[in-house]
Design a protein around this ligand. Structure first.
Ligand code: GLY
Ligand code: MN
Ligand code: MN
Length: 438
């Protein structure tokens, strides 16, 4: 991650800004980092989460009330909020290599920002969360669709700097995953696994790009399980850990599932791992992500047959909704400044929405793969009682081997999630290349 790549990144972002500013007849973009959010009836704020458009330009994640002024040609101006405050730590003005690519101005009082903004503010677009602030400041264009759609469409193509950040985030998360695995086999609770994970990554819970999912046994069937249990269960059967890390605001999003013993569940994990690798092996420019998702259902049907969870044939298991019952979410999503990164449904720069197929409403990406995209690939297989109960009310009930379902229920489920970069000539699996093999 060197400053050469950072300058190139700024050049790319400036070029994109210039293109859309010309098209929309605007002078420039004013990007607001955000404002702290106060907790109800309290004198404390929620953890600050920066506007992703702000951290796209500068790696500053905890800097409310700050601004970027971008005209698409000149160095970006960073208006750095640095109040006089004896209650809180005041951020130091950065001096790292990257600062050579921006001009920095200091703002000491929130309400003095108007003095540092361009005079003809009506011709500039505000990009940020606080539309009331933008209105008071006189912005006529606030998150205009034309600008937002263009920026979101292009955010899918990562720069070399962004790929470096994403690789670094993967390396960090992989350290956590190794420690978590060790903690699981040592008999830790979900809380204990979380602590081991955070310790190994050197990041705090609020630094995580999403709430870590650390689920033992049956809890692995709950897709977004984040209420971790403090006590260890009486027996360890399985661990599903979906946990990330972030570097300069770019996220990793990785899942592994472990069986405590070499049993049928262990073999089921191995087959899901093979399935996931087969899908990744097909990723290359020109492939539609929807087709990979559909193919995952085909391979999953075969896994259900091989493990006697279902009977019939592949087509009938898909058509009758059996595969969707075991695998109800999408194959994956774009990854970047946000875990579920923007642009996954965009057909063009104007933001034309490409919806997922009606049979797969939770799929978060309908784009055709192209070089420099970064995606997750996360097939799963879960024993979800509510979905199985719905299926039991349909003719597909006879296709399920209910005693096998009962046998796997105490293990919850499986998800295996890697983060990959599409290159013109190969696919780079950042997760496995960082040493998380199984
Ligand atoms: N960690 C959320 C997801 O995998 O999409
Ligand atoms: Mn995940
Ligand atoms: Mn994911």
């Amino acid at each position: 991650m060197n400053s050469e790549h950072y300058q190139e990144h700024i050049d790319v972002l400036n070029h994109r800004a210039q293109q859309i500013l010309t098209r929309e007849g605007l002078q420039g973009l004013v990007i607001h980092s955000g404002q702290p959010h106060r907790q109800f009836l309290d004198d404390m704020n929620y953890p600050f989460k920066v506007n992703p458009h702000f951290k796209a330009w500068v790696p500053l994640l905890n800097l409310p009330n700050s601004w970027l002024i971008i005209n698409g040609t000149d160095k970006p101006t960073l208006v750095f909020y640095r109040p006089s405050d004896f209650w809180h730590k005041v951020s130091d003005v950065p001096t790292d290599d990257w600062t050579a690519s921006v001009n920095i101005k200091i703002l000491t009082k929130v309400d003095k920002i108007a003095e540092l903004l361009p005079a003809n503010i009506q011709q500039w677009a505000y990009v940020g969360e606080h539309l009331d602030v933008a209105e008071v400041l006189g912005f006529k264009h606030r998150n205009p669709d034309g600008v937002m759609n263009y920026l979101h469409f292009h955010r899918v193509e990562k720069t070399a700097y962004e790929l470096d950040c994403l690789r670094a985030a993967n390396r960090l998360a992989v350290l956590g995953h190794h420690a978590a695995k060790e903690a699981f086999f040592a008999g830790a609770s979900e809380y204990g696994v979380q602590q081991a994970y955070l310790q190994a990554t050197g990041q705090l819970e609020n630094d995580m790009p999403y709430g870590n999912i650390i689920a033992l046994n049956e809890n692995a069937a709950i897709l977004h399980y984040t209420d971790l249990t403090y006590e260890a269960p009486s027996a360890h059967r399985s661990l599903l850990i979906d946990a990330g890390a972030q570097v300069r605001g770019y996220a990793a999003d990785i899942t592994r599932t472990y069986a405590f013993e070499h049993n049928d569940f262990y073999h089921l994990i191995q087959d899901m791992d093979t399935l996931q690798c087969k899908i990744i092996a097909q990723m290359k420019p020109g492939v539609r992500y929807v087709d990979l998702h559909v193919q995952t259902h085909q391979l999953l049907a075969q896994v259900l047959l091989d493990h006697q969870l279902a009977s019939g044939d592949v087509d009938s298991l898909i058509e009758s909704g059996v595969t969707r019952t075991f695998f109800p979410h999408g194959l994956g999503h774009m990854l970047g400044l946000q875990v579920h990164d923007v642009g996954g449904f965009m057909h063009d720069e104007r933001g034309t929405h490409m919806a997922p197929p009606p049979a797969h409403p939770f799929l978060r990406c309908t784009r055709t793969l192209a070089a420099n995209q970064v995606l997750t690939v996360e097939p799963g297989l879960y024993i979800i009682d509510s979905l199985l109960a719905d299926l039991a009310d349909t003719p597909a009930k006879q296709l399920i081997n209910w005693s096998r379902v009962d046998a796997f229920r105490p293990f919850g489920g499986i998800r295996i999630e890697d983060n990959v970069i599409i290159h013109s000539d190969r696919t780079e699996n950042m997760t496995r290349e960082s040493g998380l093999i199984d």
